[in-house]
Design a binder for this molecule. Structure first.
Ligand SMILES: Nc1ncnc2c1ncn2[C@@H]1O[C@H](COP(=O)(O)OP(=O)(O)OP(=O)(O)O)[C@@H](O)[C@H]1O
Ligand SMILES: [Mg+2]
Length: 249
């Protein structure tokens, strides 16, 4: 069964979706295997960033199917789409996921996500989850389902505080069974003294630089490796993927 990498943070707007897409692409490049990106965020950012299918059709047509996966009315394997990149598949998100946290709580099935993942993970070497921000039922289920948590953290004291809140919840819910967590310093601007200090202080954490090529993913609707493979941000993704592999390989 493929390993599950959850790109997760309690905070919003820290670079999760961009990183999920870039890690997915890098995982295919590095392993030559099959990788699934599963977008579980109603915003559908990862689905959008992955652009179009190999057949030239827009990914993520919407239609409310995403929610039906979680109510078990739709088999996740039936809604997998091929992206334009061989080896990289997607389960797209749509707005029907906007109450996913509440829906899961109501269903009262704490292992629902874990079991759904087990249904698809056999067909892949890696499954990358693009998670919505928050700390609730869905994140508890993510903590039960993931083999590793990749947590983008912006270089700011409040962000570190939030990371500790997540760490505490993870320990509370999973204890010794908690998946390992890899914090990643995200959107780092080395011109800023505070950012440099944070990088020094957490020298074992991967660093993703603040870079306009990452923003450009939204225009290109493609992973960094496709249109800016030689950028320092792409190199940083490559480097951090090695670290992820070492943690769960
Ligand atoms: N390393 C980076 N350098 C510059 N801009 C970035 C970087 N990473 C992400 N961004 C930009 O920041 C914004 C938020 O990124 P992204 O959507 O990946 O974050 P997110 O954590 O998934 O957000 P949300 O919590 O809303 O899901 C986007 O406009 C994206 O282009
Ligand atoms: Mg996102």
């Amino acid at each position: 069964m493929g390993k599950v990498v959850a790109v997760y943070s309690m905070k919003g707007g820290v670079g999760k979706s961009s990183l999920a897409v870039n890690l997915g692409w890098e995982a295919v490049r590095a392993s030559g295997g099959k990788v699934l990106i599963w977008d579980v965020d109603a915003q559908g950012a990862a689905s959008f960033l992955l652009g179009e299918t190999g057949a030239g059709m827009a990914l993520s047509p919407g239609g409310g199917t995403a929610k039906k996966i979680f109510s078990r009315d739709v088999d996740p394997a039936d809604v997998v789409e091929q992206t334009a990149y061989p080896g990289l598949d997607l389960i797209a998100a749509d707005l029907s996921l906007r109450h996913l946290d509440a829906d899961l709580l109501e269903a009262d099935r704490p292992k629902r996500l874990r079991k759904l993942l087990a249904r698809v993970a056999d067909d892949y070497d890696w499954v990358i989850l693009d998670c919505p921000p928050g700390l609730g039922e869905l994140s508890d289920q993510i903590f039960r389902a993931a083999d590793v948590l990749v947590v983008p953290v912006v270089p700011a004291p409040l962000a570190l505080r939030t990371l500790e809140q997540v760490r505490a919840r993870l320990a509370e819910t999973r204890g010794k069974k908690a998946p390992p967590m890899l914090p990643v310093l995200s959107m780092v601007d080395r011109r800023k003294a505070l950012h440099r200090e944070m990088v020094e202080e957490h020298s074992h954490w991967p660093v993703i630089p603040m870079a306009s090529v990452v923003e450009k993913m939204g225009l290109e609707r493609a992973p960094l490796g496709v249109f800016a493979g030689k950028s320092s941000a792409a190199a940083a993704v490559k480097e951090m993927w090695k670290q992820v592999g070492a943690m769960v390989g």
